[in-house]
Design a binder for this molecule. Structure first.
Ligand SMILES: Nc1nc2c(c(=O)[nH]1)N[C@H]1C(S)=C(S)[C@@H](COP(=O)(O)O)O[C@H]1N2
Ligand SMILES: [Mo]
Length: 359
């Protein structure tokens, strides 16, 4: 009973979009500070909360198959990193035609401080064989997975949540992929993958497997529903591609979309992030004319988290005004005006358009 209350409590501030499996967007407050309080961090789960026996095994193409516990993880050097996690489906609701999938608005993104062991250190304990190419991560969660959830007659397929990463990346200490056991200084909560989960910086959060239960080194690239079925960009006019790094994106966090503001100068604020390099520029537009002005961009507080930007704005008259913010990253990626449409609705990083009333 106490557990149920705790779970309900941990979900109280979120905007639920699906009760089972539980999926919920962050409230706007999640994007205000540098770090999102755990109560405000979005939740995305493909299955019901699993039970977990507190261990995970490492096997497959390794010299030394082992089983580890939380205590074993804690015995390894601890790394603490702020990491922005964004669901690949974030922004799906703005795509036209509307793609299939969870109806995410724009708040399936948050930044928490994750503490854990480096995946590279953990893998080294098991000594991957030289013929290993891929690493498969299995969550403890499984269930019936409906490929077409709206058709009541379709039977679900029985699946477990599994994702993979190339061994070269997984074993690279510089990638700082974590097996995290703490979030914002507390043990992981059930919704975020207790007792431990993978956290892959820069990647869309689907790579960050929660409730980690098994790791296997494979000698062939992994294929499975959450790797090669879903989480694929099914472009209408070019070859399909896997969902990997987060795409460059800015959000306006203040003023709130649709709000009424008093006349006079004010600071417009927001966040910007990208998986393919730090943000180099955020530009703001005040009309639909293609007038872009540089915002003041703060350097990132850490290598894996969003950056803050501000823009001093003096609305020239009362009435309705439009605001847009457009981010560019160090790899030269710039946000598009129109969502890059794909059948499953991933990676919408189109420039946000809001309006406010000045009165
Ligand atoms: N085991 C497991 N891990 C998972 C998922 C899942 O359904 N099962 N969902 C993934 C997806 S799609 C996202 S966006 C993130 C969400 O992490 P969060 O709930 O901590 O925000 O977890 C990822 N890890
Ligand atoms: Mo996701």
């Amino acid at each position: 009973m106490a557990e149920t209350d705790e779970l309900e409590q941990s979900r109280a501030a979120l905007r639920m979009i699906n009760p089972a499996p539980y999926n919920a967007e962050a409230p706007p407050e999640a994007l205000v500070g540098d770090i999102t309080p755990t109560d405000f961090h979005y939740v995305r789960s493909n299955f019901a909360l699993p039970s977990h026996d507190g261990t995970f095994a490492i096997g497959g193409a390794v010299e030394n198959p082992i089983t580890l516990t939380l205590a074993d993880l804690r015995a390894l050097p601890a790394v603490e990193r702020a990491v922005t996690l964004e669901c690949a489906g974030n922004g799906r609701l703005e795509m036209r035609p509307l793609p299939t999938g969870e109806p995410w608005g724009d708040y399936a993104v948050s930044t928490a401080i994750w503490t854990g062991a480096r995946l590279s250190d953990v893998l080294a304990l098991a000594r991957p064989r030289t013929d290993g190419v891929d690493v498969r991560f299995e969550g403890a969660d499984s269930g019936s997975y409906l490929l077409h959830p709206v058709l009541p007659s379709t039977d679900g397929e029985d699946l477990t949540f599994v994702r993979s990463l190339p061994l070269e990346l997984a074993a690279d200490p510089a990638a700082e992929i974590l097996i995290a056991y703490e979030m914002n200084g507390e043990p992981l909560r059930p919704d975020h993958g207790a007792p431990f989960r993978v956290v892959v910086p820069h990647w869309f959060a689907v790579a960050s497997v929660k409730w980690l239960h098994r790791i296997d080194v494979l000698t062939e690239p992994y294929a499975g529903e959450f790797q090669t079925g879903h989480y694929i960009y099914e472009w209408p006019d070019r070859p399909h591609e896997p969902v990997t790094l987060m795409r460059v994106r800015a959000r306006i966090t203040d003023p709130a979309a649709g709000s009424t503001l008093p006349a006079g100068p004010r600071t417009v604020r927001g966040k910007a992030w990208s998986g393919s390099g730090p943000i180099t520029n955020v530009d703001v537009s005040l009309t639909g004319d293609g007038d872009w002005y540089p915002a003041k961009l703060e350097p990132a507080t850490g290598p894996y988290q969003w950056q803050e930007w501000t823009f001093e704005w003096n609305p020239p008259h009362d009435g309705r005004h439009t605001l847009r913010a457009r981010a560019t990253d160090a790899a030269g990626n710039v946000q598009p005006d129109v969502p890059p449409w794909n059948r499953l609705g991933y990676g919408n990083n189109a420039i946000e358009v809001i309006f406010v009333e000045v009165d």
